[in-house]
Design a protein around this ligand. Structure first.
Ligand code: C2O
Ligand code: CU
Length: 486
């Protein structure tokens, strides 16, 4: 029997050694240096296409720095100054919140510009100690204006400033937010709406409905309860739904029929009239609804929350809140664009979880993965200017992931392997078990963040980049530099 005991002892010992080795390897793989460039992260993924050169830090003469990818100078049509500062916000319910703000308000100033305007925004940081930046969510602008600390600029410290210049490319609904410690700073108030109006004057009344959770308090625009607004019957309305919270929001519109006329800053044409449908807006996403103000009040509500907006023509009772079947963009309106017939690269984005460590920490836990790899070993998607590429998302985790690509719109053309009516999106909700195929035209040189817009997920590592051949960045992320975009 002694030999059996011995064998068990040896086996047990081997198991412990294997476990320790596994833990060591997993821990080591999770480590990130105190300072690293965006291109120094995960292994390259060429999507089955020709390998392209990846320019590391301090690139030679042939590379283009993100810093050079600016809008050509022009006299600005619009000049804006935004001051990031702490403030105590008093909400309509009487509750007060210690917030981070643009110009002392939450949300920050709603910016309205016209399509084609040359916009110049000076960001000043008065006293936000971790530093700030501004990312123009959904605006496909030159890389240097993208506002990602550690990738396209350094964070702006208290006393500092930074000037963004871009031409507003498409009429539509956008928003802006800090991309330094974004999971924390956006939640605490550093966000606001950006509306790009069409050139031709429209008699439409534009109403923004921006849903947020401010340090646990649900908000619609600047209110934590239902607000009322007078609006004469017969007014054409464009209601711009924006979700700046970390999870999906369901909106219900009662008292009128409506059409969905825009998604993520692109017009949605040819849609039929809807009655009583709920509109689910992913975290970071935008949906525009259009209707003509009826003789009776109209009520916009957010599912599960006390916030809302009643538009009141001056008579009649406000209708009951209504949340009907969910609107599905996949079966609505006219195709946004033809689906490309061939792709230069096919990128897989399979989201899952695995047991491991995070950033060299000592806590073993479930980490987010892409194609089986956890941060910082997520695939670095590499492509070449002028290509047309496909991204195929799948979600094998238990949570939804609103995936956001900077600098580009994705043409969504298939769900679960079946063709859909294509629509443009920059923030696409991928539910557990779902698969989406999207096309991206590589026409905007740079290094672009590509991440989940449930911002705590991004902060827990669900973040990677799409990089163009020959582009480098002089900026670094990590604890040493203090640039921490998530
Ligand atoms: Cu709205 Cu990378 O962000
Ligand atoms: Cu996520």
């Amino acid at each position: 029997m002694a030999w059996a005991k011995g064998l068990a002892l040896v086996a047990g010992f081997a198991l412990i050694v294997a476990a320790v080795v596994w833990l060591g390897v997993a821990w080591n793989a999770s480590r990130v240096p105190g300072s690293f460039g965006a291109l120094e992260l995960g292994p390259t993924d060429f999507g089955g296409g020709a390998p392209v050169a990846r320019h590391e830090q301090h690139v030679g003469a042939r590379g283009i720095s993100v810093v050079a990818l600016r809008e050509p100078k022009a006299p600005p049509d619009v000049r804006i100054r935004l001051v990031a500062q702490t403030a105590e916000i008093r909400l309509p319910s009487g509750r007060t919140v210690d917030a981070l703000t643009f110009d002392g308000r939450v949300p920050g100033p709603e910016l309205r510009v016209h399509e084609g305007d040359f916009v110049e925004v000076t960001l000043v940081n008065k006293n936000v100690s971790d530093g700030v930046s501004i990312h123009w969510h959904g605006v496909d602008l030159p890389n240097a204006e993208d506002g990602v600390s550690g990738v396209t600029q350094d964070k702006v410290l208290p006393g500092g400033s930074y000037v963004y210049r871009f031409r507003a490319p498409y009429a539509g609904t956008y928003w802006y937010h800090s991309h330094q410690h974004s999971a924390d700073e956006v939640e605490r108030g550093l966000y606001a709406a950006l509306v790009v109006l069409p050139r031709r004057p429209a008699e439409t009344t534009d109403i923004v409905a921006l849903a947020h959770t401010l340090k646990g308090v649900p908000l619609l625009n600047s209110s934590d309860r239902e607000e009322r607004r007078r609006l004469p019957a017969g007014t054409p309305v464009r209601l711009r739904l924006i979700n700046s919270a970390d999870v999906l929001r369901r909106f219900g519109l009662a008292g009128t029929t409506f059409r969905v006329v825009g998604i993520d800053g692109r017009d949605k044409l040819g849609g039929r009239v809807l009655d009583g449908k709920s509109v689910a807006v992913p975290a970071g996403g935008r949906y525009d609804l259009a209707f003509r103000m009826p003789q009776n009040p109209v009520r916009l509500a957010v599912r599960g929350q006390d916030v809302g907006l009643v538009l009141d023509p001056g008579h009649g009772a406000a209708p009951e809140t209504q949340f009907g079947a969910e609107f599905d963009p996949a079966t609505y309106g006219a195709p946004a664009a033809p689906v490309p017939s061939r792709f230069d690269r096919h990128f897989a984005v399979n989201i899952g979880r695995k047991l491991g460590f995070f950033k060299g920490g000592m806590k073993l836990g479930w980490q987010w993965t892409i194609n089986g790899k956890a941060f910082p070993n997520m695939p670095m998607y590499m492509l070449r200017a002028g290509e047309t590429v496909e991204f195929s998302f799948s979600n094998k985790s238990h949570a939804a992931h609103p995936m956001h690509l900077h600098g580009h719109h994705m043409l969504v053309f298939a769900r679960d392997g079946h063709g859909v009516i294509p629509w443009w999106s920059d923030t696409l909700e991928i539910n557990p078990g779902e698969r989406y195929d999207v096309a991206v035209i590589a026409n905007n040189l740079g290094i672009w963040m590509f991440h989940c817009h449930n911002l705590p997920h991004a902060a827990q590592g669900l973040v990677t980049h799409v990089a163009y051949e020959g582009v480098s960045t002089p900026f670094v992320m990590g604890t040493a530099s203090g640039n921490e975009p998530e």
